[in-house]
Design a protein around this ligand. Structure first.
Ligand SMILES: Nc1ncnc2c1ncn2[C@@H]1O[C@H](COP(=O)(O)OP(=O)(O)OP(=O)(O)O)[C@@H](O)[C@H]1O
Ligand SMILES: [Mg+2]
Length: 283
């Protein structure tokens, strides 16, 4: 869809046409897509209640996109729709489409389980299983029937390193995950989310229960992970959005009000509602 057809995107002067590259990747020769996730005129209802209104936005590959906005504006609803988590709720329906890497996530040929493998999710409250650290990380592989020791060992080391937890956990891999600190548990959940090498990582307020040191670690990690993954993060913390995202989307009452480069949106928003929100005049 051309930029002119995106009614909710008020200003994105530096956005590139959807077919052009947004950056050159060191590890991959393929140009990165500026519309890796394409949300196309998407509306969503919980029963009779409409929670999202005609959202259109292009989320670029291997960048960090932040969703901000007051409580109840639909950030989690939109995030959960990106891997069809909301399908689990009775009485929901949608209009419009979400296209990931050129394929609709509602394509009847797509299996939801394999979609969720491609799109990992980290929740606000870390949710480790009452199992060992090792078993938490390899859980998605076990579910998929993978029990080969060498594969599992490799996955645990790679994922814990990826989540910046390896050094702290390598000597206690078979201890219960419930003995980890809150910040370590959240990083364990990130390790579990990346164990299956997803293309996209969705994070819903991943730092809201963490202290400043653990938060800084997760933010550092987000910075590292975007070399490999496309990241969408919901946050209430505007400093966090400024520190770790490339682009920010501001939502209000289920509508996308403004979506722009993070620096532009915070320093020079084009919509009054965005300005009022980021300056604390409402929210
Ligand atoms: N399972 C559900 N059933 C019915 N309505 C829901 C459900 N989940 C969310 N809603 C409604 O949808 C709207 C958007 O909620 P959502 O959780 O997406 O907001 P949010 O922006 O993530 O808020 P917060 O910042 O508080 O997490 C709200 O009005 C909420 O009450
Ligand atoms: Mg939420």
């Amino acid at each position: 869809m051309a930029a002119s057809q995106k009614p909710n995107v008020m200003s994105d002067p530096q956005s590139t046409p959807s077919t052009s590259s947004v950056a050159a990747s060191g590890a991959h020769d393929e140009p990165l897509k500026s519309d890796f996730i394409k949300i196309d005129n998407f509306s969503f209802w919980y029963g009779a209640k409409q929670a999202l209104f005609n959202i259109s936005m292009d989320i670029p590959e291997r960048q960090v996109t932040a969703f901000i906005g007051p409580s109840g504006c639909g950030k989690s609803t939109l995030l959960r729709n990106l891997n069809r988590m909301n399908d689990l709720i009775e009485g929901v329906r949608h209009e419009g489409d979400v296209i990931v890497n050129e394929q609709s996530i509602y394509d009847p040929h797509i299996e939801v389980i394999s979609l969720r493998k491609r799109i990992g999710m980290v929740f606000q409250k870390s949710n480790p299983f009452p199992k060992s650290i090792f078993e938490n990380v390899v859980y998605p592989l076990r579910v998929a029937g993978q029990n080969k020791k060498s594969v599992l060992d490799e996955t645990v080391e790679r994922s814990l390193k990826g989540a910046a937890l390896w050094e702290e956990a390598r000597d206690r891999l078979h201890d219960s995950a419930l003995g980890l600190s809150g910040g370590q548990m959240q990083r364990l959940c990130i390790a579990r989310a990346i164990a299956n090498r997803p293309e996209i990582l969705l994070m819903d307020e991943p730092c809201s229960a963490l202290d400043p040191i653990a938060t800084a670690k997760v933010e550092e990690l987000i910075h590292e992970l975007k070399k490999e993954f496309t990241i969408v993060i919901v946050t209430h913390n505007m400093q966090q959005a400024t520190r770790c995202s490339d682009r920010t989307a501001f939502f209000y009452l289920g509508k996308l009000i403004e979506f722009d480069l993070t620096g532009k949106l915070f320093q020079n928003p084009s919509q009054k509602q965005t300005e009022d929100y980021i300056t604390g005049r409402f929210g």
